[in-house]
Ligand binder design. Structure first.
Ligand code: GLU
Length: 507
């Protein structure tokens, strides 16, 4: 085994917000790098100017940071292999294309788009598919079919050209993927891919290989959609006589129901985010929801993504993993070959779990911000108390308001059904007695209130529900919430009595 330092890269194109599948690719790269004490590099593949989207690169960086999986080298960070944006490396690729021209492994092609289209249509009419390859390259307009003088003349006349890779004609290629194992591909089926475009820019294939080589990448971990390019990439390494990195192609993330890849458009359509952070499209102004803004903890999202296509093996049923535990347990051997169905309910399950583990003081200080927006101001101590009462059933910070707004403001109205059931003709008189008991309670703790009220109920021989239901309705406005004595103790004696009086008037 080689002892060279593990170096992996996440190489997104900044053509829009980073899809959750892209986040998973980044995460697996991060875990693999950290597991092997290696480097995790962010390389921005922005050679396609037409698809460049303002703000997308920053979005990618913000997303990795939010997930707590920062890169070691990349735009804005120091490193020996920079620059890390392909647009800043563009002068470097031509030289490599020329190296392949010189060694006869690539060639100039002058066919215009119209000519190629005509060939395509022609083939289609005959029920065939046109492929620019060994079979017909000799019949097309390129430096293999034309004389040297003709080629020189065209180039000097400024005729546009591309540089194509000359795929070996008839070879059985054995390829290896760390997840899928060995594969054999017949080079006959491959086309002579363009490496260098007429606009002077490299294609993805050339830039990607050159950069992976120059950046000393040891393992290429990327999405399954690149598996069909593996043969070409391996042939490119061979053509340059460079050492080939190891490859691992990650399975697709599938829609929750049915088949097919979870797409960027699915999210808001299916009712859950498919992006880590909210994204506002700079061109259309359209907003797509993000996990951060929906209130998810990054730990929950990371945990969920880690298990979407990977397991610890050995029949392990462990589901809760911190980033450190994931780093320790991760290996490419246990990445699945088949696609994994995205499960939004499972994401919520993880979220609920991480909510239970969150520190009340941290939640309280975050929740105080929500209260401020509503012009409500409560002490951290009080908010912490409320959180401790509601947390068990909460998954999101916003739940504390949804489930417990009555801790912060008196109910404005009362659940009609509950009121009908709980508030009878004699209720107001009973509540007068409850008020008297509350007045008498010196130290207004849940225990003391309960003791007072329950002893009185027992002495009077009134049905428990006849007291407790209207009591709850007065404080909460509905038949929900934690122990009613806890609620009373939290909001205090004065507020408790005032709410009962308010209910008496209203009901
Ligand atoms: N720029 C490519 C993408 O966005 C990178 C593929 C790779 O990792 O090689 O998918």
């Amino acid at each position: 085994m080689s002892t060279e330092k593990v170096r992996v890269r996440f190489a997104p194109s900044p053509t829009g917000p980073l899809h959750i599948g892209g986040v998973r690719t980044a995460l697996y790269n991060y875990l693999f790098a950290k597991k092997h004490d290696g480097d995790f590099i962010l390389r921005v593949e922005d050679t396609d100017q037409a698809r460049y989207v303002e703000g997308a690169e920053q979005y990618i960086i913000d997303s990795l940071n939010w997930c707590n999986i920062p890169f070691d080298e990349g735009p804005g960070k120091k490193g020996d292999a920079g620059p890390y944006r392909q647009s800043e490396r563009k002068n470097l690729y031509r030289e490599y294309a020329e190296m392949l021209l010189a060694s006869g492994k690539a060639y100039y092609a002058f066919d215009t788009t119209e000519e190629l289209d005509a060939h395509r249509q022609d083939h289609e009419a005959k029920g065939k598919t046109f492929i620019y390859n060994w079979h017909n390259r000799q019949k097309l307009k390129n430096s293999l079919s034309l004389s040297e003088a003709e080629v020189r003349q065209k180039i000097e006349a400024g005729e546009p050209y591309v540089i194509r890779f000359k795929i070996p004609e008839d070879e059985s290629l054995s390829l290896k993927d760390e997840i899928r194992g060995e594969m054999t591909i017949d080079s006959k089926i491959l086309d002579d891919k363009v490496l260098f475009k007429s606009d002077g820019m490299p294609t993805y294939h050339l830039a990607n290989i050159v950069d992976d080589h120059l950046m000393k990448i040891t393992h290429v971990i990327r999405g399954e959609e690149w598996l069909p390019s593996l043969a070409l990439h391996v042939l490119l390494y061979r053509a340059f006589d460079w050492e080939t990195p190891k490859f691992a192609h990650l399975p697709l993330i599938l829609k929750p129901q049915g088949k097919g890849k979870l797409s960027k458009r699915d999210g808001d359509k299916l009712g859950f985010p498919v992006f880590p952070l909210q994204w506002k499209d700079p061109n259309t102004g359209e907003t797509s929801s993000g996990y951060r803004e929906e209130g998810y903890f990054p730990e929950a999202v990371v945990n969920m993504l880690a298990l979407l296509g990977w397991n610890a093996g050995g029949g392990s049923e462990k589901e809760i993993y911190s980033l450190e535990e994931l780093t320790a347990a991760f290996s490419l051997d246990h990445v699945s070959k088949g696609g994994s169905k995205f499960d939004p309910e499972k994401t919520k399950w993880f979220q609920h779990h991480y909510m239970q583990g969150a520190k009340n003081e941290v939640l309280a200080s975050d929740f105080q911000k929500i209260l401020k927006e509503k012009n409500l101001d409560f002490s951290t101590e009080y908010v912490e108390k409320v959180i401790s009462l509601l947390k068990e059933r909460a998954s999101f910070l916003s739940d504390f308001w949804e489930m417990g707004s009555y801790f912060f403001t008196a109910p404005e109205n009362y659940d009609e059904k509950a009121a009908k059931k709980a508030w009878k003709e004699d209720t107001s008189a009973i509540m007068d007695d409850v008020i008297a008991k509350l007045e008498e309670t010196e130290d207004f703790t849940a225990g003391n209130i309960q003791e007072k009220v329950k002893t009185w109920i027992a002495a009077e021989g009134i049905g428990f529900g006849k007291v407790m239901q209207p009591f709850r309705l007065s404080l909460v406005g509905a038949m929900q919430g934690p122990d009613v004595f806890e609620i009373a103790a939290a909001i205090g004696k004065e507020e408790t009595i005032s709410r009962i009086k308010k209910a008496q008037k209203a009901l």
